[in-house]
Design a protein around this ligand. Structure first.
Ligand code: HEC
Length: 136
């Protein structure tokens, strides 16, 4: 079969078109691959944000009656029980495990939350108490 000029031009155009489409597909694939770490990073960022929100909600429902919504214990219970502001250096200087122990086992008039909250929830509350310290 012998091609004339016009046929060769058409064939060349088709070949170029196929090549261009392949390149587009390749580019799309690269774009998708590049966005995977972004999606993963977004997920990683939102997961702790959720648990932090959980801790804030828990603090309001389980702790704020005595400690106040801001942890400053400016409540009648807080005053009656002489609770320290959770943001104070004297409170914040305690280790995470000491704070965990107080929340889990209780201390004097501070009720124990062992069995009422999971270890993860208590760990979230310790992080939340640290946040209260930073706002101080
Ligand atoms: C019935 C009131 C009450 C509730 C509810 C309560 N606490 Fe307390 N909390 C206290 C009292 C009283 C103390 C002081 C204990 C002491 O040192 O004698 C205290 C102490 C603490 C401390 C240590 C502060 C310090 O002075 O070293 C932390 C941390 C703490 N509470 C966290 C929490 C968290 C988190 C919750 C909610 C899950 C909670 N508390 C719920 C009464 C309460």
């Amino acid at each position: 079969m012998i091609f004339d000029g016009a046929e060769i031009v058409v064939l060349a155009m088709i070949t170029l078109d196929v090549l261009r489409r392949r390149r587009n597909m390749f580019n799309t694939l690269i774009r998708v691959c590049k966005s995977i770490p972004l999606v993963a990073a977004a997920l990683l960022l939102t997961v702790p944000a959720w648990s932090q929100e959980d801790a804030a909600t828990l603090f309001k429902s389980k702790c704020a009656a005595c400690h106040g919504p801001d942890g400053k214990a400016e409540t009648s219970m807080g005053k009656a029980l002489k609770i320290r502001d959770l943001g104070l250096a004297a409170v914040q200087s305690q280790s995470d495990s000491q704070l965990t122990e107080i929340i889990t086992k209780g201390k004097n008039k501070m009720p124990a939350f062992d069995g009422k909250l999971t270890n993860e929830q208590i760990a979230g509350l310790v992080t939340y108490v640290r946040e209260l310290g930073k706002k101080h």
